[in-house]
Design a protein around this ligand. Structure first.
Ligand SMILES: [Zn+2]
Length: 433
């Protein structure tokens, strides 16, 4: 049912343009029929899709969050009423919500002060990566398109670090998902602080290495602070089009065995080959220096890295391969790891996460990092979609950083603890595609 819907929509070839004007509105509508959705979309081309992140992924009975120009809202309301599409305005003054997180900078606690504040969002230059303790080392794995260093923090007890299994965690692949970098920083802080009193954390750090990349898409994240709060992609230039950037979660070399590069960017499966789209997969796999650097690092350490975790927002989901096709991982017990993780997460504040293969739980997407990680022999590959489910969307208030990170911490610890059990991760027995 879903694939038919996708194909039909594709025939219309929408190009979605991003607009960031003050006093915009977020609308959450429930699509009642495919035909209605098509009329609605063709009537209002100038929408920024929040969830799902592309018009091609809209299906019947799905919830759709869109960001619309204020001037378009009156006409849109009328049109939606006419088509009997239910909707709610979630955020009626977007500019005000943005300013809550970026304004009043001087009165906030900053890095220059003795106490780094983990409960506010930090701009790229504020993000604290220079933490050197007995448990943490910082290094760079390359440079971004704009030449910024790509920092990774290695967290773990340092003595036997060369033999230990490792867990990779990246945050901030998509620029506008600010809770991601907040979580990665929280993770490092919590790991260091709780090492001395939490026996579970001590065991994890003694027996595992964590590679934490607080801001994957550094150029995009910076741009989301300085220019466009809802920027998603990287910032690379395109030869033919004025539009910049590539979706760093559609740029991975998945399905490479199909010889032609074209197959990694599957238009029917949630990626776009148009540079102006938010899900643009790039001119070729690993075209983005950020993706290339991480892929290179993971290839180098693939014998040790047993879990790949990518932190995104928003949807409250825990996803695992496959993203690009409607299939489950063969003979692999990822589901119990996911179940344990969401149960641990729920135990903190009772927040429920859905979990399952990304293709059926969220939507299909080709060229994603979890598919790549799994295909490259990392048995546990997960993508978190953190809070919330659309009420605040990408503008999750700073007051929710603490509970969101606290509960996510429990889930990540559950996944990492699973690696210490002797099962499932035997490479020889591990079935690939
Ligand atoms: Zn994302």
């Amino acid at each position: 049912r879903i694939s038919i819907c996708t194909i039909l929509i594709l025939q219309f070839r929408f190009y979605i343009y991003r607009l960031l004007l003050p006093h915009n509105e977020i609308l959450q509508g429930v699509c009642v029929s495919l035909f209605t959705v098509l009329i609605y979309l063709s009537f209002f081309l100038q929408v920024d899709f929040w969830q799902p992140n592309s018009a091609t992924l809209i299906c019947q009975n799905a919830t759709v969050d869109v960001h619309v120009k204020r001037n378009d809202t009156r006409g849109l309301h009328a049109r939606l009423k006419q088509e009997h599409i239910d909707y709610r305005v979630f955020i009626s003054n977007l500019q005000k919500e943005i300013e809550k997180q970026t304004g009043y900078r001087s009165s906030r606690k900053r890095r220059s002060e003795s106490q780094y504040d983990y409960e506010v969002y930090h701009s790229l230059e504020e993000v604290d990566v220079k933490t050197h303790t007995d448990l943490v080392d910082m290094f760079s794995i390359g440079r971004s398109y704009e030449g910024k260093p790509l920092y990774v923090l290695q967290v773990g007890e340092k003595r036997s670090r060369h033999q230990k299994k490792a867990v990779w965690i990246d945050c901030g692949v998509h620029a506008r998902e600010w809770i991601g970098p907040a979580f990665c920083q929280w993770f490092v802080k919590e790991a260091i602080n709780s090492y001395h009193y939490d026996s579970v954390m001590r065991r994890l750090l003694n027996q595992l290495n964590f590679y934490v990349m607080p801001v994957f898409n550094v150029d995009g994240y910076d741009f989301s602070w300085t220019t466009d709060r809802f920027w998603r992609k990287t910032r690379s230039k395109n030869h033919k089009f004025h539009c910049r950037g590539v979706d760093a979660n559609r740029n991975w070399k998945v399905k490479w065995y199909l010889s032609l590069n074209a197959f990694w960017c599957d238009e029917k499966n949630g990626a776009s080959s148009h540079p102006c789209d938010d899900t643009y997969c790039g001119p070729f796999p690993e075209s983005e220096p950020e993706v290339k650097a991480v892929a290179k690092f993971l290839r180098k350490y693939k014998k040790r890295v047993k879990a790949y975790i990518s932190i995104h927002a928003y949807a409250q989901m825990l996803l695992y391969p496959y993203s690009y096709k409607y299939a489950t991982i063969p003979n692999f017990n990822c589901e119990s790891a996911a179940h344990n993780a969401v149960t641990a997460l729920y135990s903190a504040y009772g927040v429920r996460y859905r979990y399952g293969p990304a293709s059926t739980t969220l939507y299909v997407s080709s060229g994603s990092s979890i598919d790549w990680a799994y295909r490259n022999g990392i048995p546990y590959a997960f993508a978190f979609e953190l809070r919330d489910t659309g009420y605040f969307g990408f503008l999750l208030p700073e007051s929710l950083i603490n509970p969101t990170c606290t509960e996510t911490m429990r889930a990540v610890k559950a996944i990492a603890s699973g690696l210490l059990k002797k099962c499932e991760t035997d490479r020889d027995k591990f079935p690939y595609i």
